[in-house]
Design a protein around this ligand. Structure first.
Ligand SMILES: [Mg+2]
Length: 273
């Protein structure tokens, strides 16, 4: 049976890294209490950043999407796996290094802000970056497979196999990556959650050590596993993808668990009482 944590378990939290889908909204519907929760953190002077594995939109687009649901977050507080991928290439690739990318607007814009050069010609690619692209074609898969086969570095923005939509679970970036993995026999460098690197990067943006930052999410195998690996306080909410039954069995255990943002907000207000 699902057992919410006591408010005092939130007392050590100095900052937050917060997942979006399933925590703040479902598709275009805000989750009850989400806007009030972020407002409370702001009022209390507690820094937070939103972190999503979805690379298809850019931070200003997420900021607009949230504003449309009454959740006001400036784009500077929004991090995506596309930005983390661009940051990785910024650190490791030489200027002008050609990148063949499969992805949406968010990924293309993030790569465009780095020193690498995005190319449509797979034959010259030194890196292949794979992010969610809802206009994916066979040609994309073929080009990526040929470039990786010829020695290009294989990078994936995130491993999510599915994406929740009003229709049900549809293929996520992990499913696209799996097709390329199957055809090449190669494993990608994975950037997004549950890799600890992306959480450490988010904590650096907050200017706080990971052990004082709470990682809030609805997916046990990305948010909770990744936060745990990164040495953070992990806060699970039941408002998204993972179920109470999965929660009961899951290892590593979340440090703290609540039904949803509204219950988390109540506990946050009482954390030092
Ligand atoms: Mg989520």
């Amino acid at each position: 049976m699902f057992r919410p944590s006591p408010p005092a378990s939130l007392a050590p939290v100095q900052g937050w890294v917060i997942d979006m889908d399933g925590v703040l909204y479902h598709d275009t519907e805000p989750v009850p209490g989400a806007a009030e929760l972020l407002a409370a953190f702001t009022d209390d002077g507690i820094p937070f950043t939103l972190l999503t594995n979805n690379s298809s939109l850019a931070p200003d687009q997420y900021s607009q999407k949230l504003a449309g649901m009454g959740i006001v977050v400036p784009e500077e507080r929004i991090l995506t796996s596309a930005l983390a991928t661009a940051e990785y290439l910024e650190r490791t690739a030489s200027p002008g290094s050609p990148v063949y990318a499969i992805g949406g607007d968010g990924l293309m814009r993030a790569l465009g802000d780095t020193q690498v050069r995005v190319t449509a010609d797979y034959r010259e690619a030194r890196h292949v970056v794979v992010g969610l692209n809802r206009q994916l074609t066979f040609q994309h898969l073929q080009d990526a497979v040929l470039a990786i086969g010829a020695g290009a570095e294989f990078i994936a923005t995130n491993p999510d196999l599915t994406l929740p939509t009003p229709l049900g679970q549809i293929p996520g970036n992990g499913a696209i990556v799996a097709a390329i993995e199957a055809a090449t026999g190669r494993r990608p460098l994975m950037i997004g959650k549950p890799e600890p690197g992306i959480f450490h990067w988010a904590c650096r943006q907050l200017g706080l050590p990971p052990d004082s930052v709470a990682c809030l999410g609805d997916r046990l195998e990305t948010d909770i596993l990744g936060g745990h690996r990164a040495g953070m306080i992990t806060v699970f909410v039941l408002s998204g993808v993972s179920t109470a039954e999965q929660w009961e069995e899951y290892e590593p255990r979340p440090s703290v668990s609540f039904r949803g943002p509204r219950e988390l907000l109540e506990a946050w207000r009482q954390r030092r009482v």
